[in-house]
Design a protein around this ligand. Structure first.
Ligand SMILES: CCCCCCCC/C=C\C/C=C/C(=O)SCCNC(=O)CCNC(=O)[C@H](O)C(C)(C)COP(=O)(O)OP(=O)(O)OC[C@H]1O[C@@H](n2cnc3c(N)ncnc32)[C@H](O)[C@@H]1OP(=O)(O)O
Length: 289
């Protein structure tokens, strides 16, 4: 309830801000963790995640992301969005592990509902989505990129991308899996999901997790030129085609959202899973020291 009220407030405040800035010509709105700029080619917004240090998808970040998308969807002048990160070297570290560790079942359920919500909005968006992957993109970070219509990645071997859930002792949900299969095919997805493979750029390109690699300083300009090509297609035919390709996958979650929340909640609440997450978090800490 409290979150829903916060969401309404944010949406309202955001739309007032958005209107004022549009009048000033600044064409920019922001909340704390997501910045949206609509300068540049007509009809294109650039959405930047800025939840340092690693753009983990906390509940607040998910909510702000969903609200920003909703605002862009409602703005009929926007036809395309470039999704990128403001955190150096990190696209997104994926779901926030601290939302899935040491909390209570009601929190897990609320969190998962919001993860579903963002995924459904992104995956079924009528807008053209291009990701400019300018850093590491594990698990939920990869999920964000997979929702896009085209993925441009920085050709930096330090960055990896993939659904690595099995390395954490958890399992990618069926809808993450479905989207992976849709993108890279059954055999590659089967292998990558079991091994929790994090692909360096050249391998990500080879297997089809991303569509194009460019030098790091060219990621944004390439994303813009890709966007220009997609903008040249009439919206109605592109949207109907996208819907035809994606509807069954989205509907598969829509028809069992509640059951999926229950599954997640009982899975993540298990002692053995909490222990695995604890060990993974410890490993992340030790890496530093
Ligand atoms: C039977 C079936 C039932 C179905 C049930 C379904 C269950 C499925 C559940 C969930 C799906 C999960 C999806 C996910 O997305 S899980 C998250 C996966 N993410 C990762 O594995 C990434 C982990 N992070 C990293 O590898 C690195 O941090 C990095 C490469 C992103 C960045 O490296 P670096 O720049 O060196 O930074 P640090 O490692 O030092 O990290 C800084 C700081 O940030 C913390 N942190 C990192 N990642 C996360 C995260 N995802 N969530 C929360 N916090 C994170 C890290 O711990 C450091 O914290 P600090 O020590 O306090 O500074």
């Amino acid at each position: 309830m409290a979150l829903a009220a916060a969401r309404r407030l944010l949406l309202h405040a955001g739309s007032r801000l958005g209107r004022r800035e549009a009048v000033d010509g600044a064409r920019r709105f922001a909340n704390k963790r997501v910045l949206v700029e609509t300068e540049g080619p007509a009809g294109v917004a650039v959405m930047k995640l800025r939840n340092p240090p690693v753009n983990s998808l906390s509940l607040e970040c998910l909510t702000e992301f969903t609200i920003s998308l909703e605002k862009l969807e409602n703005d009929k002048s926007i036809r395309g969005v470039i999704l990128t990160s403001e955190c150096p070297g990190i696209f997104s570290a994926g779901l926030d592990l601290l939302e899935m560790y040491g909390r209570n079942p009601a929190h897990y359920a609320e969190y998962w509902k919001n993860v579903q919500e963002l995924w459904l909005r992104l995956y079924t968006s009528n807008m053209i989505l291009v990701s400019a992957i300018n850093g590491a993109s594990p698990a939920g970070g990869c999920l964000l990129a997979l929702c896009c219509d085209y993925r441009v990645m920085a050709d930096n071997p330090k960055y990896t991308i993939g659904l690595n859930e099995s390395l954490l002792g958890i399992v990618a949900p069926f809808w993450f899996k479905d989207m992976y299969v849709n993108t890279i095919g059954h055999r590659e997805a089967e292998r990558a999901l079991q091994l929790g493979t994090l692909f360096p750029p050249a391998e990500a390109l080879k297997v089809g997790v991303v569509d194009e690699l460019v030098p790091e300083d060219k990621v944004h300009s390439k994303a813009r030129s890709v966007m220009a090509k997609w903008l040249a297609i009439p919206d109605h035919s592109r949207q109907l085609t996208k819907n035809m390709m994606r509807k069954a996958t989205a509907d598969n979650l829509i028809k069992q959202r509640e059951a999926d929340i229950q599954n997640f909640t009982s899975f993540i609440s298990k002692d053995s899973i909490q222990k695995s997450l604890h060990m993974y978090l410890e490993k992340l800490k030790q890496k530093k020291g």
